[in-house]
Design a protein around this ligand. Structure first.
Ligand code: ZN
Length: 315
């Protein structure tokens, strides 16, 4: 299960993370939590039934959710802005109580990182940073083959690396967070400001796609916006690289769909700032799994943890 503010995406898969069947339903995120759980239960019912059609049995359930998730208990810690009535939701308790299947729940960015590390762009690597550029900036950290969650499951908030100590206030309580400078809304804001300064028409609806299209046509404001975004991202990633010395960084999310040129530009900003030893062999690549990352990661999470119950801890 990949729970989001708009859709619940769900899939039936093999242990290896191969998807056999997938679908999605509106997640009813603005409704009381019973409605959200109802959507999840319906999805699980469908997948359990479908398992029989594939001559298989559903053994375990994995779930990614927005917000901080207590991985050991399978429940939310506090609220998440994307789902109205989801504060402290006991996802594992509800699902296990109803289906009797072992269930593991993690933060959605961690799940996406696991997916890319095990089945996607970072397959075969054990030190992985994944970052998603969209409405917000999210991320995950894999250290020596394990997802790093921190002491209280609140780590890996890569969108809240500060690139300017007295910069823009962020909804996390900090200042100058990279999310305030390089997320999709931040890019649009930056671009609109540049247009206004030139007294240019700002009445049209602007998305990041508009900016990349305009840049391709040679418009200076768009080019400058992209240059600055890449410098900000390069600065944030250089700090992350200096700390974690990853083998590979995977960039996903809507903004990253912009293309290879964008990635190359981020790379050049990163390279000019990070310490040489931590750059050795480092790769910066596009995410591969796209919209499937959430369900693939959830399947792999369930499979890994299930194997651990059967065979004992492997790490
Ligand atoms: Zn922040």
């Amino acid at each position: 299960l990949d729970l989001g503010g708009t859709f619940l995406k769900y899939a039936l898969g093999t242990r290896e993370g191969e998807i056999l069947l997938k679908d999605k339903k509106p997640s009813e995120a603005d409704q009381p939590r019973a409605a959200v759980f109802r959507v999840m239960f319906e999805a699980i019912d469908e997948m359990v039934k479908a398992g029989a059609e594939f001559q298989g049995v559903v053994r375990a359930i994995g779930c990614g959710s927005p917000g901080s998730v207590d991985f050991d208990r399978g429940k939310l810690l506090g609220n998440t802005p994307n789902i109205t009535d989801w504060g402290n939701a006991d996802i594992r308790g509800e699902i296990e109580g109803r289906f009797g299947l072992p269930t593991w729940v993690d933060n959605d960015a961690n799940v996406m990182t696991l997916a890319e590390a095990e089945c996607g762009a970072a397959k075969g690597f054990r030190h992985v940073i994944a970052i998603t550029l969209g409405t917000g900036i999210g991320g995950g950290i894999m250290v020596n083959g394990s997802i790093y969650r921190g002491g209280h499951y609140a780590g890996a908030e890569l969108g809240h690396v500060s690139v300017q100590f007295d910069g823009l206030a962020c909804n996390c309580g900090g200042r100058g967070c990279i999310e305030q400078y390089a997320s999709a809304p931040a890019m649009v804001r930056n671009y609109m400001e540049k247009l206004r300064q030139k007294s240019r028409d700002v009445s049209q609806t602007v998305t990041t796609k508009t900016i990349f299209t305009q840049a391709a046509k040679g418009e200076q404001e768009a080019i400058k916006t992209i240059d600055e975004t890449c410098e900000y991202l390069g600065a944030a990633l250089a700090s992350i690289v200096n700390i974690f010395n990853p083998e590979i960084i995977v960039i996903g999310g809507g903004v990253a769909d912009a293309g290879d040129e964008f990635i190359a530009q981020i790379w050049s900003a990163l390279k000019s700032r990070a310490m040489p030893p931590s750059l050795k062999g480092l790769r910066l690549v596009h995410a591969e799994l796209g919209n499937d990352a959430g369900v693939v990661g959830a399947i792999r999470l369930a499979a890994c943890m299930y194997d651990r119950i059967e065979k004992g801890p492997c790490e």
